[in-house]
Design a protein around this ligand. Structure first.
Ligand code: FMN
Length: 328
């Protein structure tokens, strides 16, 4: 049992979250995470409309009576999704925890607060964490350079980013990016975080609603097999390395514009990877911690194993070092 400011604030058993994952953060996975005593987030924009999101929230409720949340990812878009309507769907469905990510969530905070919704905002820089604290979010999740998805443009790994943020942020803080096992959780707590967020580890579980071949690809891949695309657009994304990611990077290197890569990076192609299981069909997201992932367990096994081994590390190996001075 590890109690932290995070578990107290959000009323969950374990200091572990499953962050938003486009095409993956559906009821099956989120309910499994909730039932395991951790905090899962449905991904709002995986649902084509706010009405579909309300139905997905209902579906998740049928599978768990434990708390779960919804991720609202705010990204730049020529024709943005109806964010206000997604926010209303979350509130009207009675969900009490939201993970915001991407752009500044300020416009959404008053409505969430007025309706008793706690906001965990995901950031990639200390300055953004401080800004989030100022505008009134309840907690921050800070993504190091290792993370799957958008690590920002500063390239600061968690080993520096987490304690740098802990030095200055007062509200509870979740460490994100590169965490896949108990060693990561204990390290994050030592660095000053109140828990960890995992994407890639939960992507590679029995309940993740994606094709098994993609999970097997994650098990086979090592920590080097990711690529950073969209660097030249200053919208960097860490994705699984494959023929398509190599082609995107080559076009970017030659000075290509978004129009030149649009056909390669289309979300529909990435979605088909997850549906059909051909890992080379399009761009899909995975993080460096795939190098730490060697199996496809159930979500309950992942959470139980991390919690059990974390306590063993703290009360065994670390306590032993502190009392005898000899490493176990
Ligand atoms: C397949 C996949 C899709 C993701 N989609 C989103 C998303 O839509 N919104 C978001 O805020 N983060 C997204 N992320 C990032 C995760 O929420 C989390 O921050 C990240 O995976 C942490 O790094 P890790 O994979 O090393 O654990 C995604 C990650 C993965 C693996």
């Amino acid at each position: 049992m590890l109690k932290t400011r995070f578990t107290a604030l959000f009323g969950v058993e374990h200091p572990i979250t499953q962050g938003g994952m486009q095409w993956v953060g559906r009821a099956e996975l989120v309910a499994a995470v909730a039932n395991a005593g951790a905090l899962g987030f449905l991904t709002a924009l995986t649902q084509p409309t706010p009405e579909d999101l309300a139905k997905e929230i209902e579906r998740c409720r049928e599978m768990t009576d434990k708390p779960f949340g919804v991720n609202l990812t705010i990204l730049p878009a020529i024709t943005p999704p109806p964010y206000d309507e997604y926010r209303r769907a979350i509130i009207e469905s009675g969900v009490k925890i939201v993970e915001t990510a991407g752009y500044n969530p300020e416009a959404h905070i008053p409505d969430f607060k007025a309706n008793g919704v706690k906001v965990l905002h995901k950031v990639t820089a200390v300055r953004h964490a401080l800004k989030a604290e100022r505008i009134g979010v309840d907690a921050v999740s800070i993504d190091g350079f290792e993370c799957a998805g958008h690590p920002g443009e500063d390239d600061i790994p968690g080993l520096v980013l987490i304690p740098a943020a802990a030095n200055r942020v007062s509200i509870p803080m979740i460490a994100s990016g590169g965490f896949a096992d108990a060693r990561g959780l204990v390290a994050a707590l030592a660095l000053g975080a109140d828990g960890i967020n995992m994407g890639t580890r939960f992507l590679c579980t029995a309940e993740a609603p994606i094709h098994r071949q993609v999970k097997e690809q994650i098990v086979d891949a090592d920590e080097r097999a990711t690529d950073l695309i969209f660097r030249t657009l200053r919208n960097t994304a860490r994705v699984a390395r494959n023929a398509v990611s190599r082609e995107v990077i080559e076009i970017e290197r030659r000075g290509g514009a978004f129009e030149d890569i649009r056909h390669l990076v289309a979300g529909a192609r990435g979605r088909k990877v997850f549906e059909d299981g051909d890992p080379d069909f399009g761009i899909w997201t995975s993080g460096m911690c795939q190098g730490l992932i060697n199996d496809i367990p159930t979500v309950a096994e992942v959470v139980e194993r991390i919690m059990r081994e974390a306590e063993e590390i703290i009360t065994g190996r670390l306590a032993g070092m502190a009392s005898s001075g000899v490493a176990a």
